[in-house]
Design a protein around this ligand. Sequence first.
Ligand SMILES: [Zn+2]
Length: 144
Amino acid sequence: MFTCKKTYRDIAFAHRQHLHVGHCSLIHGHNWGISLTFACRGLDSNGFVVDFGELKYLKLWIDEHLDHACLFNQDDPYVEALLEQYNGLFKAYLLPNCSCEGIAQHLHGIFDPMVRERTSGRAWITNIEIMEDSKNSATFQPQK
Ligand SMILES: [Zn+2]
């Protein structure tokens, strides 16, 4: 099996973890990093796992949904009221769990099918690392 890795850095977005007993329950931002590890058994005609020049669809998705967004857990009790009262003041993105771990798992569920489709099933995403700053990160790697 071959792997290669693409990293997107300095993506500004905010999140709030409403169940956290500490300051993570407050809306706060990071300059995030997203590292995607691609895998395949057979290389493409260029000898690549994936062509880095053809990954713009992933960057576009990140820009559209995450860049300058505010991420909330879907079960955040304040999210509905916030969206209603401050409509237009921020770009909200809801997911089951907006921790680093939860974002990594969520993005795997979105990006892995996109990569499989674009490569006709030849390549997939084996690992996603989410870096919330230069010190802290978490990785999601699906069970085999
Ligand atoms: Zn945080």
